[in-house]
Design a protein around this ligand. Structure first.
Ligand SMILES: NC(=O)c1ccc[n+]([C@@H]2O[C@H](COP(=O)([O-])OP(=O)(O)OC[C@H]3O[C@@H](n4cnc5c(N)ncnc54)[C@H](OP(=O)(O)O)[C@@H]3O)[C@@H](O)[C@H]2O)c1
Length: 289
């Protein structure tokens, strides 16, 4: 069992840190809004600290799961940041979905003080975090991965080293690119079904057993037909992620015409007040135009 810290107890971090405690690891947490950290300790035991630097004192592995690149920098750098408290030979694992650039930047800063950094974004959503069924895509060095993996397995069903620093984030970008176009196609198909006078749920039932099957169809098809979006992966997060993908594509020359278009559709969902709606809310634009 390891002595670990977890920084960022949001929708994802709170249950992920909970699984670490349930597996018997000695967990100290930090959250910007202190009452969430107190609630976590009341539920899971362990300890909470007033700063990221305080939380990581004496740990072998520190985990982070915050919002975006700037949020990440604010809990990693500075006198109160995680790097200020981590000792030589420790491992810093970041589960935030962020850019490959910030992953490489932090890996470099960490290496200067003998800390090993792994960028390790996740897929599987809130349900995956709660049920310990996340997919973790990792960038960094093999030795750090080998040490961290058995601990990450507390909340993962798959955890794979993809390459050097930044490779985890690049893999997560591929994941988001694959989802974006697919959700739009599903929204168009289900809206078409309804306008054609078909029973949408029966359509999903039959075509989900054929070549059109997808996780989105099986898990979101019915709720899209019902117009329910108050759960799941928020549109604001998806826009952040697609922005990261589009920026990276400018650097590597990949063409992302559908992804860029779907990003604009999500901007329209935001304009309708859907910032916290699930990403399946693309169908709202088709049904309510
Ligand atoms: N939700 C999903 O389904 C899902 C799935 C896959 C990946 N992700 C990714 O996982 C990350 C976290 O998502 P989430 O849904 O857990 O988000 P969330 O519920 O909004 O939680 C964000 C966490 O980060 C903390 N935070 C944000 N900015 C901070 C800052 N500047 N300084 C210190 N702490 C800060 C928040 O602290 P406070 O409590 O003080 O606000 C909170 O603990 C994101 O990168 C997201 O894209 C999410």
């Amino acid at each position: 069992m390891a002595k670990v810290a977890f920084i960022g107890l949001g929708v994802m971090g709170f249950p992920m840190a909970g699984h670490l405690a349930a597996k018997g690891h000695d967990v100290t947490v930090y959250n910007r809004t202190g009452k969430k950290a107190a609630a976590w300790v009341a539920k899971h035991g362990g300890a909470h600290a007033a700063t990221p630097a305080g939380a990581v004192k004496g740990v072998e592995i520190a985990f982070v799961c915050v919002g975006n690149d700037d949020d990440l920098r604010s809990v990693i750098y500075g006198d109160e940041g995680a790097l200020a408290g981590l000792g030589k030979g420790t491992i810093l694992v970041d589960h935030t979905t962020a850019s490959a650039g910030v992953a490489r930047e932090i890996a470099k800063a960490a290496a200067k003080q003998g800390v090993l950094f792994l960028d390790a974004p996740v897929s599987g959503g809130q349900a995956g975090a709660e049920n310990a069924r996340l997919t973790v895509m990792v960038g960094g060095e093999q030795a750090a991965f080998d040490t961290a993996k058995p601990v990450i397995d507390s909340y993962a069903r798959a955890c794979v080293l993809m390459g050097a620093a930044g490779a985890g984030q690049l893999t997560k970008m591929v994941n988001q690119i694959c989802i974006a176009g697919l959700v739009q196609a599903l929204a168009e198909g289900l809206n078409f079904a309804q306008r054609a006078g078909l029973d949408g749920k029966r359509v999903v039932e039959v075509i989900s057993k054929g070549a059109a099957q997808s996780w989105q169809m099986e898990n979101r098809g019915e709720t899209m037909i019902d117009g329910k979006f108050d759960f799941g992966f928020a549109v604001d997060w998806m826009r952040k992620d697609l922005g990261i993908c589009l920026d990276e594509a400018k650097k590597n020359g990949a063409r992302l015409p559908v992804t860029a278009l779907v990003d604009q559709f999500y901007a329209q969902v935001q304009a309708r007040g859907g910032n916290r709606w699930d990403t399946s809310s693309l169908i709202h634009l088709l049904k309510n135009d």
